[in-house]
Design a protein around this ligand. Structure first.
Ligand SMILES: *Cc1c(COP(=O)(O)O)cnc(C)c1O
Length: 411
């Protein structure tokens, strides 16, 4: 197998200049932006400014003078523009798990008389755990979870189902659901949809309004590059917003937090999904990180993403060194997100050997190595370098070393 020549691809890449906007470790190929996005230089400068001036000097007045109080909304609106959502429907807050809780309960309240949550067996675990938690809280008269394999979702839809909870891009194999088609099928049965966009936002074109999506959640720290533990976001379509309250009725979601009334009155619109005080440092970093997208379209980003994953898949499939690797990510670009997953019996050893060789990837049990491609800062040369190291490791048997038999806590 010859490693593809990527010089021309990088030279004609309309996004190539964006790499400069990130601080990347010297001598490494970072292919884990689907787990933790790289650091935008603007986020670093912003945190420094928020700490020194806004916190250090302006102190409490910053809630007004530096508009900290509206940050969940301003950040939410920036994310909305990446997802085809008109203003007033996205807010940045909490993490994905907590936002799932709020929206699952909202859906059950909107769907009185229905109690089933339909989801996919291999959905991301937190999505499954949260439905279990809501079920334990409300009891099985009000909430029952039904999980089925991906290919049985549509036939499992019936009029008992209150909510369909799915992740668009599967975290293990990178397979991508057609949100528009599945949402339409759900609505035909009176089912609301809640999409987890953790691996989609910032890298997959989304038209949440046009597709009539009811609810969505997603991550700030993956392809949006907001930093470790960055706040997540939630989307709730305008048509659902003022019908029910949300279960975590905290004071910042109150209509008038500073009236300090003893009773809860939800704020109008999506703001009621705020609970307590947001972490301003983390949210400021996300706010700055989102400006990297300015001037570029999601279609450009998706185009480069598909080209990078295709280049990598073709390389793996044509190399005799990789004969034991199975590409579990769909081969059709429209059916996958921005990652390539390889199944291999010694996947953990491969991931560790790659990391030692400077190619940062991750492992997901039981047997998957994931290569995440972030079009904002990865180059086509990164793809070729990763391929070159993978083939070298497999040919030399580096992944078989006994020290890779023990797994670290975070894989
Ligand atoms: C990363 C990820 C999450 C993360 O959830 P948090 O509660 O924010 O930690 C949730 N869902 C999916 C599908 C993910 O990939």
């Amino acid at each position: 197998m010859t490693i593809p020549d990527t010089v021309a691809l990088d030279r004609s890449d309309p996004l190539a200049s964006l790499r400069e906007q990130f601080l990347l470790p010297e001598g490494k190929v970072y292919l884990d932006g689907n787990s933790l996005g790289a650091l935008p230089k603007a986020a670093m400068a912003r945190i420094e400014a928020v700490v020194r001036k806004e916190w250090g000097q302006d102190l409490i007045s910053s809630w007004n003078s530096n508009d900290w109080i509206n940050l969940p909304i301003t950040v939410g609106e920036k994310i909305a523009t990446l997802m085809g959502a008109a203003p007033g429907q996205v807010i940045s807050c909490d993490n994905v798990s907590i936002n799932l809780f709020k929206l699952i309960v909202t859906a059950l309240q909107l769907q009185m008389g229905r109690k089933v949550i339909l989801t996919q067996k291999d959905n991301f675990p937190t999505d499954l755990y949260m439905t279990e938690g809501v079920g334990a809280l409300l009891g099985d008269q009000r909430c029952v979870t039904r999980s089925v394999p991906a290919d049985q979702l549509v036939e499992a839809m019936d009029t008992d189902i209150a909510l369909l909870l799915l992740t668009q891009v599967n975290f293990r194999d990178g397979r991508l659901h057609d949100i528009e088609a599945i949402t339409r099928a759900a609505h035909a049965n009176g089912i609301l949809v809640l999409w987890d966009l953790a691996h989609s936002a910032g890298v997959v074109p989304l038209e949440l309004d046009r597709w009539q999506v009811d609810m969505a959640v997603g991550c700030g720290y993956k392809f949006l590059n907001g930093g470790p533990g960055a706040p997540a976001f939630l989307y709730l379509a305008t048509r659902h917003q003022d019908k029910v309250s949300q279960p975590l009725s905290g004071w910042l979601g109150h209509a008038e937090p500073f009236a300090f009334e003893p009773g809860y009155r939800p704020a109008p619109g999506v703001s009621r999904y705020l609970g307590g005080t947001p972490g301003i440092l983390g949210m400021s970093a996300l706010d700055a990180a989102l400006d990297v997208f300015d001037g570029f379209t999601i279609d450009q980003i998706r185009g480069k993403s598909s080209a990078m994953t295709a280049l990598f898949i073709d390389g793996v499939r044509s190399a005799s060194e990789c004969s034991e690797c199975r590409v579990v990510t769909p081969l059709v670009p429209e059916e996958r997100g921005s990652q390539v997953s390889l199944a291999h019996p010694r996947a953990y050893g491969i991931a560790q050997a790659l990391i030692e060789a400077g190619v940062v990837v991750d492992f997901r049990a039981p047997d998957i190595v994931r290569f995440g491609f972030s079009p904002l800062y990865n180059s086509y040369r990164d793809v070729a370098d990763a391929l070159r190291q993978l083939l070298r490791i497999l040919a030399a048997g580096e992944h078989l070393q006994a020290r890779f038999d023990t797994r670290a806590k975070v894989t």
